[in-house]
Design a protein around this ligand. Structure first.
Ligand code: FAD
Length: 458
């Protein structure tokens, strides 16, 4: 990919900024070349808009490549954006079978990479370009006069050197992966936990592949109850088949382990339901020692280079000792630091875009579906700034790529002046077959198989 073409067209030293007038020819800058960032580019290109994509990693789909060995739960038909598909179909693309389910690696290699190599995209992607700050040209956050008429100035580090880029709109599609929550149930990062980083993995280690030595015949605690935790547990279960000394602990805050199984056979996505069924079987087989209602307070170093997890279960203190490895899957949080000179509207609690917070709050919605939303809901007080993709959901864990594709379709239409298309939002997401409203009221095993359309699912 030629990384410099757009940079050399649109970058200048900060001195040059004074001389340049607001310029409608400036590109729309998309930050992040994940599935949603690349889809945004495909939609804008469809409208003949000039774009530049700034990606911190050395490859497109960099965040996904960190869990490349894991199989997704949604089939290709939900994972490919429509405008991206139109672009790919123009060229010699080896189209996957739409009913198949890719791994993270396949998603990147069979979709994102070919998309990034299309003639329309290859010269507008700048890899190894990390955005560190964005501002309005010569106007700090306190000033309102003429704000929306001046370009954005994007400060980046490109291969170790600073580069400045001007843009007329910014779409932040930087995701949340790589910015994990700590093990601590309060959500606070403790220095003591940071110091044990060699024995704690945040995310999805390749347990059956390159990271297997860490887990063979060791005692590993997995903290968290989402799909990532379940994937890690299933891989540890597979490892244990060949290495029976391997011990698996599962630490969850939920009161009943059944609450972590999800909709199982009721899930509209078969593979997602199957994850729940498989972990259900593994737990029932006695291979996993489950700790429920466990509030983790801290992880500390123990004897003989082991770890101990200190916490509370129903008001009683509890310490689990002699652990060799911990895998933390407590979710991720967005990084807003590079937007701090812009006027944003972010919900303090969920850390999502404010207007969509009530739509995605996991305390209210667990069905996997969210009311369709687009440009209007994602609009920021800072004109022509949008936060999209998994980052738009903040800390909520339920984001699906299909949601992001509809977000950026609507935004691209709006930026291009096609208001009618931007307002027509269509999104049909597969439901998980489980509703939080049922879970909240459950005191025993949950009425998880009903999904009341009038409550949280609609
Ligand atoms: C194990 C697992 C399984 C999943 N399965 C499914 C599934 O079956 N179906 C589904 O729909 N979703 C699934 N998801 C969720 C889906 O993968 C993510 O929601 C999706 O990757 C989000 O896309 P995104 O483009 O918003 O962000 P990301 O994919 O996270 O991409 C963000 C990009 O921005 C870049 N970036 C970050 N900071 C900067 C910066 N400062 N400057 C420049 N670039 C930056 C990153 O390097 C990255 O390339 C799964 C997730 C996981 C972890």
């Amino acid at each position: 990919m030629s990384e410099f073409k757009i940079l050399s067209n649109c970058c200048q030293s900060s001195n040059d900024f004074e001389e340049k007038k607001p310029d409608l020819d400036l590109p729309v800058a998309i930050i992040g070349a994940g599935p949603v960032g690349l889809a945004a580019a495909a939609h804008l290109i469809k409208y003949n808009q000039k774009v530049i994509i700034l990606e911190a990693g050395s490859e497109v789909g960099s965040n996904i490549l960190t869990w490349s060995h894991i199989r997704l739960f949604s089939p290709w038909k939900y994972n490919i954006d429509k405008a991206a598909l139109s672009l790919l179909e123009k060229y010699d693309w080896n189209q996957p079978k739409f009913e198949d389910i890719p791994t993270g690696k396949e998603l990147v290699e069979n979709y994102l990479v070919p998309l990034a190599k299309t003639p329309e995209l290859k010269d507008v992607i700048s890899l190894d370009t990390k955005v560190i700050s964005i501002a309005r040209k010569n106007i700090d956050k306190m000033k309102t006069a003429n704000r929306e008429n001046v370009p954005f100035v994007i400060y980046t580090v490109h291969k170790g050197s600073p580069k400045f880029i001007e843009a007329r709109a910014v779409i932040d599609a930087t995701g949340t992966w790589g910015n994990p929550n700590p093990s601590n149930s309060n959500g606070v990062w403790l220095q003591s936990e940071k110091e044990l980083k060699d024995q704690i993995f945040y995310g999805l280690p390749d347990i059956l592949g390159k990271n297997r030595k860490r887990y063979i015949n060791n005692k590993t605690a997995v903290i968290g109850s989402g799909h990532s935790a379940i994937n890690a547990l299933l891989e540890l279960g597979a490892l244990k088949e060949n290495y029976p000394q391997t011990e698996i602990l599962w630490i969850i805050r939920k009161e009943h382990v059944e609450q972590a199984y999800g909709g199982e056979e009721k899930d509209a996505l078969e593979a997602r339901g199957l994850l729940g069924s498989r972990i259900h079987e593994l737990v029932d087989s006695g291979q996993v020692q489950v700790y429920t209602s466990f509030q983790v307070e801290r992880i500390l170093g123990g004897a003989n280079a082991t770890l101990k997890i200190v916490g509370e279960v129903k008001d009683s203190n509890i310490t689990i000792e002699s652990i060799n490895e911990v895998i933390v899957n407590a979710g991720n949080r967005p990084n807003y630091s590079f937007l701090s000179e812009l006027r944003t509207s972010i919900d303090f609690a969920t850390e999502s875009v404010e207007a969509i917070s009530p739509l995605i709050d996991p305390n209210l919605h667990s069905c996997g579906t969210v009311r369709p939303h687009g440009e209007k809901e994602l609009r920021q007080p800072e004109k022509n700034l949008y936060i999209v993709g998994s980052k738009s959901y903040g800390r909520a864990p339920t984001f699906l790529m299909a949601t992001g594709y509809e977000q950026v379709r609507s935004i691209a239409a709006y930026i291009a002046g096609d208001i009618e298309a931007s307002e027509k939002i269509e999104l049909d997401l597969p439901e998980t077959g489980v509703c939080s409203v049922n879970l909240v009221h459950a005191n025993s095993v949950i009425n998880k198989n009903s999904c009341d359309k009038d409550s949280c699912c609609s």
